[in-house]
Design a protein around this ligand. Structure first.
Ligand code: 4AD
Ligand code: MG
Length: 431
């Protein structure tokens, strides 16, 4: 009997009597008429409550009621170009279900206050649009892997050793030992390729990032792939096909949400067609130096450097062959130049920067032992990982895609905190 608001915003509903339920998003009372904008998960519609039809009590109540009260209403749909979404309901029935007194978000509050009220802030149509885009990204990602012959696996979150460096490890008390929250499923996916060859997983990853930035979370969703027999180039093709497919699905299925967020869809469309450009780290340094950035060969590319690089491209692009010192121990050294690794990052355009990090993996036992030691890790912690090179080692590669990073770019968000409902940063774990 109740319709969703999205269903009634159409010419075919005009003159029909409908009932809806939702929350009060805005309201104003002019004379004896209340204009109440009601939202549900599908949209917003204006409901007109007239004293002459429904009595003065309800209009008086609506004058004082707080935003976000839950209500139900019935009435005839009319076309109304002056209403925010083009249609109105002229109410013949209106009922308040759940009162809302002094809703604490009135507009103009600061970032920290809004983070404390996150559980209420999330009700805005802007966030509804963002979560729908995230849903489509996740569903398209899964679908791409499933359609292309990859196996989904379930790696652990409690781990015994570091994948991405000790500095960002979160220790947890594990019975009488210290364990860590997973930074990446990669090492476990590398195990799984020996039984399934092409595997993927979607898991939370944790990084104890020391500083709060626009693009770092302490907890994020990580879509990772790993495949036997794939070299770096094979894996870069997987990354670009996957990203192109996800962006295509979002443009097809989430157009109105992208429009609500004022996302420029034409620039996004450029990502639909792989291959994406590829540059080596050496060229990236040259470009940056030409643009007046003070950076030397050997330095890592931070957010600022990446932003400058993204100005050179109008679609996602790869940076490859980084100096081994700035990348992880497991990346394979380039046989033709062992100062660099067969690693790649995929950077999103329009200033966004890294959304994927990946590499071919070191498959040679001796070299990997050396790399573990060089990086200051204990070889005994990685005996199990070294076994993969002792018993039937193969060429293999993989990557990890940060879902919130991808969402930031696709939805055009300024800050990664808006890409996850309950962002975790240093100094904040509430609610
Ligand atoms: O580049 P990263 O550190 O690579 C790895 O973790 C590899 N082990 C993945 C693999 O090869 N299986 O992280 C991968 C991606 C980054 O490109 C970024 O999108 C995201 O994870 N990421 C973060 N997203 C949000 N907040 C953070 N603190 C992130 N750190 C990494
Ligand atoms: Mg990275």
């Amino acid at each position: 009997m109740f319709k969703q608001i999205g269903e009634i915003l159409s010419d075919s509903m005009v003159d029909q009597r409908v009932c809806i339920r939702g929350w009060i998003y805005r309201r104003s009372v002019v004379g004896g008429v209340a204009f109440v904008r009601i939202r549900d998960s599908t949209g917003v519609v204006q409901v007109v409550v007239e004293e002459s039809r429904l009595g003065s009590d309800i209009v008086r109540t609506l004058k004082d009621i707080g935003l976000e009260a839950s209500v139900e209403a019935c009435g005839k749909v009319v076309k109304q170009p002056r209403a925010p979404t083009g249609y109105e309901i002229i109410a013949d029935y209106f009922k308040i279900l759940g009162y809302s007194r002094d809703f604490p978000i009135k507009g103009g509050e600061g970032v920290e206050y809004l983070l404390d009220k996150r559980h209420l802030v999330l009700r805005s149509p802007r966030y509804t649009a963002i979560w729908k885009i995230k849903h489509t990204i996740l569903s398209a990602g899964r679908e791409w892997f499933n359609k292309n012959g990859w196996w989904e696996v379930t790696p652990p979150i409690l781990t015994a050793s570091a994948c991405e460096g000790g500095a960002t490890l979160f220790p947890v008390q594990y019975f009488d030992k210290t364990a860590y929250l997973s930074q990446s499923a990669q090492l476990y996916l590398e195990v799984m390729i020996y039984s399934l060859e092409k595997v993927w997983s979607l898991t939370p990853s944790f990084r104890a990032e020391q500083s709060r930035t626009r693009r770092h979370l302490a907890e994020y969703w990580h879509l990772e792939a790993e495949a036997a027999w794939y070299d770096m180039n094979d894996m870069m093709k997987v990354a670009e096909e996957l990203v192109g497919y996800i962006v295509g699905r979002v443009i097809d299925e989430r157009r109105s949400e992208l429009e609500l967020l004022n996302r420029n869809i034409d620039s996004l469309k450029k990502a639909l067609e792989p291959p994406y450009p590829r540059i080596k780290y050496d060229e990236a340094i040259e470009i940056l130096q030409k643009r007046g950035i003070n950076i030397q060969w050997g330095s890592d590319l931070g957010a600022d450097e990446e932003r400058v690089l993204t100005m050179e491209f109008d679609k996602p692009f790869f940076v490859t062959h980084f100096p081994k010192e700035i990348k992880s121990f497991y990346m394979k050294l380039d046989p033709s130049n062992p100062r660099v690794v067969l690693g790649f990052d995929l950077l999103a355009p329009e200033g966004y920067g890294e959304i994927i990090g990946g590499s071919q993996r070191e498959d040679d036992y001796e070299t990997l032992v050396k790399r573990i030691i060089e990086n200051g890790y204990k070889v005994e912690d990685y005996e199990w990982y070294l076994d993969l090179r002792r018993y039937g080692t193969v060429v293999h590669s993989g990557f990890g895609l940060g879902i919130e990073r991808l969402l930031m770019w696709v939805a055009g968000l300024d800050h990664i905190r808006d890409a996850t409902p309950f962002p975790r940063f240093r100094g904040r774990i509430y609610p």
